[in-house]
Design a protein around this ligand. Structure first.
Ligand code: NAD
Ligand code: DAU
Length: 339
């Protein structure tokens, strides 16, 4: 089979490329990625050595580029990771989120209709469900929880999900969607909470915690996300949505303090800064459906995964130092100067 992985030079997409090359050496993996600020070809250096892997630089919203790739590769499966993914950036500048996340998805789906495929898979997020209150630990997101988005990012992801489902209903396109909770692990871009805090703590810099740090996220080790998507694209039912998460809820403050403890750094580095506008309080996934239908269960508990992740950042300092040396420094100044 030939699988096109869009956004494969980003965090989760690259982990998925490696997961597929290792677990399905019989398949050809073609990565389509525009290499935005979040895409890093260095991440795919090892994959480039594999003859079953091809990298193509291109934009999912560019119809000619996408059609040409479909004509060349005749893919069986498309897994769409390509997206603008950072909530804070969507608050600063929503437009690119609508273009890539919504129109890009539509261009891919049109190509699927035109050329025919076995499966189009949309990598979505639990953020489409909005948030849960902190005082109701009994509540979880199920696949039937209404869409109720908060940020331009999550609204764009929800719009894409609805388009995917519409193409299934109207054109009978074989689609599936997964909605996953917060990932962490290797190759996570250092603007997101966990890698940001690791890299700043290592440099003895202040750690900017939004509000009181009470917000809760349901953390999933990235490899567990990859194994779930792999199951859904091969065995999941067409037209279905599957939630992915593993009951690893932590407040942001707990996460930051864990990182400080592991790195033997003082809690005085924590700096409480102005909250994110519209900040979602709590995400928590009920993974009953994917467990019951496909037998999926996460393998990595947060306490182990965070240790592995910190070790990865210590062992791969060049990877993230190169990123920090680039445009990212001016991004940090811009986003945090008035906080
Ligand atoms: P990321 O920002 O690390 O990577 C995104 C990748 O997409 C980059 O390589 C970038 O170059 C590429 N890209 C962006 N615009 C493109 C375009 N127009 N055409 C082609 N490529 C483009 O993102 P991530 O954290 O790896 O997330 C991947 C997907 O998973 C996203 O769709 C996101 O919504 C979803 N998701 C992420 C998380 C998480 O915790 N990070 C959780 C659930 C779902
Ligand atoms: O739930 C899935 C989502 O998880 C994905 O769809 C998104 O693509 C991904 O970015 C992530 O969104 P979050 O907004 O939850 O992730 P982020 O790492 O930006 O923030 C995690 C929490 O930490 C959130 O409550 C905000 C807080 N935070 C974040 C940063 C960057 C801070 O307190 N300080 C910070 O500097």
């Amino acid at each position: 089979m030939t699988i096109i992985v869009t956004g494969g030079a980003g965090f989760i997409g690259s982990n998925f490329v490696y997961y597929e090359l290792e677990n399905h050496p019989e398949d050809r993996i073609v990565c389509l990625d525009a290499l935005t600020y979040a895409g890093n070809l260095a991440t795919l250096e090892e994959a480039m050595k594999n003859e079953n892997f091809r990298f193509v630089k291109g934009d999912i919203a560019d119809r000619d580029c996408v059609n040409k790739l479909f004509e060349e590769e005749k893919p069986d499966i498309i897994v769409n990771f390509a997206a603008e993914s950072h909530v804070d950036r969507s608050i600063e500048n929503p437009e690119i989120f609508l273009r890539t996340n919504i129109l890009g998805t539509q261009v891919l789906m049109d190509a699927c209709r035109k050329y025919g495929i076995k499966r189009y898979h949309q990598v979505s997020t639990d953020e489409v469900y909005g948030d849960l209150p902190l005082d109701r630990p009994d509540l979880f997101f199920t696949e039937d929880t209404p869409i109720h988005t908060s940020s331009p990012y999550s609204a764009s992801k929800a719009a894409a999900d609805l388009i995917v489902l519409a193409y299934h209903r109207t054109y009978k396109l074989p689609v599936s969607i997964t909605r996953c909770s917060n990932n962490y692990g290797p190759y996570h871009f250092p603007e997101k909470l966990i890698p940001l805090m690791i890299s700043r703590a290592l440099a003895d810099q202040s750690l900017p915690v939004y509000g009181k740090g009470e917000n809760v996220r349901d953390w999933l080790y990235v490899e567990d996300h990859c194994s779930a998507i792999d199951l859904v694209i091969r065995q999941g039912r067409e037209g279905e949505v599957y939630n992915i998460g593993g009951h690893n809820e932590r407040t942001n403050l707990e996460v930051v303090k864990t990182i400080l403890r592991e790195l033997d750094k003082p809690e005085e580095l924590i700096s409480y800064v102005t909250d994110r506008p519209g900040h979602d309080m709590r995400y928590a996934i009920d993974p009953t459906k994917i467990h019951g239908e496909l037998g999926w269960l996460p393998q990595t508990k947060f306490d182990d995964g965070i240790k592995k992740t910190i070790k990865w950042y210590l062992d791969n300092e060049d990877w993230w130092q190169n990123i920090l040396a680039g445009d990212y420094q001016s991004y940090y100044e811009k986003m945090y100067k008035d906080r």
